[in-house]
Design a protein around this ligand. Structure first.
Ligand SMILES: Nc1ncnc2c1ncn2[C@@H]1O[C@H](COP(=O)(O)OP(=O)(O)OP(=O)(O)O)[C@@H](O)[C@H]1O
Ligand SMILES: [Mg+2]
Length: 257
């Protein structure tokens, strides 16, 4: 039985898109059948990252009830070049679509939640996907809460920035507890010279103390990742890079949850 995974964060720019995309591609490269869905309708990024500017149907259309999910999925397995499968569903990046998605009411969001929940049946059961991974908007947008509610595992990406730590702590305590989800933290953009030097055990203890959830992974701040300017899928284009090794560890650990 496959799993639905939401990658979320309190603040913006913590690495949700980087982590969700590279995790999806890592799993696909290891032979899994993976579907990556861009639920960040306020600032879609996957279409740019994957260099797809036109789609017959977007995820917006699926959530609007205009099409079924298979119409909104694009098969990019040939980009991965092994026996795994890599499908994506994209958020429409046009200004008109962003404005439309920002003006939805609660009733629409409830219906959208129903459509997200039904992906368990249509993608995991019927189509045999091993993973459906949601990239989300930061904070408490409806679309992100819907993604959290639908998911089996929630990965929360956070930096060690004080406001991020505090906000993430509050969000985990006040919101996630309600949903009783299996939640794991990924510390991202950690600087080598301070936090990393203090050792993984200390970081693990700090995460347990602060957030009361387990630590799934620690990703250093890599100049090479920054330098890539979101133009490549790092684990695919830089197979020998330490970032790729770390993502493989995170993927293996998640696979065992
Ligand atoms: N470990 C890292 N080392 C260096 N740069 C990083 C790292 N993680 C993320 N970045 C960079 O930080 C920026 C934000 O990352 P990303 O877009 O993945 O964050 P996000 O959480 O999806 O942002 P948003 O909330 O806007 O959707 C990108 O330029 C990315 O390349
Ligand atoms: Mg993003």
């Amino acid at each position: 039985m496959g799993k639905m995974v939401a990658v979320h964060s309190y603040k913006g720019g913590t690495g949700k898109t980087l982590i969700s995309t590279n995790l999806a591609v890592t799993l696909a490269k290891h032979g899994k059948k993976v579907c990556l869905l861009d639920l960040d309708f306020r600032a879609p990024s996957l279409s740019t990252l994957l260099k797809i500017d036109k789609a017959e149907y977007w995820l917006n259309d699926y959530l609007n009830g205009v099409c079924e999910i298979d119409k909104a999925l694009i098969d990019l397995s040939d980009r991965i070049a092994n026996q795994g499968k890599f499908f994506v569903g994209l958020a429409n990046p046009s200004v008109e679509a962003i404005r439309d998605m920002s003006s939805k009411d609660r009733k629409w969001e409830m219906r959208a939640l129903g459509r997200l929940l039904s992906l368990r049946n249509s993608l995991l059961n019927a189509k045999g996907f091993d993973y459906v991974i949601f990239d989300t908007s930061p904070g408490l947008q409806y679309s992100s809460i819907n993604a959290i509610v639908s998911a089996d595992i929630v990965i929360v990406a956070t930096t060690l920035d004080n406001s991020d730590v505090e906000g993430t702590r509050r969000m985990l305590r006040d919101l996630y507890d309600l949903f009783e989800k299996k939640t794991e933290i990924v510390l991202n953009k950690v600087l080598y010279d301070d936090a990393l030097r203090s050792g993984r055990d200390k970081l693990q203890a700090m995460v347990k103390d602060t957030y009361e959830v387990p630590l799934l992974g620690v990703i250093p701040c890599f100049c090479d990742v920054s330098r890539a300017e979101g133009k490549i899928i790092f684990v695919h284009d830089k197979p020998e890079h330490p970032f790729t090794r770390i993502l493989a560890e995170v993927a293996a650990k998640m696979d065992k949850l």
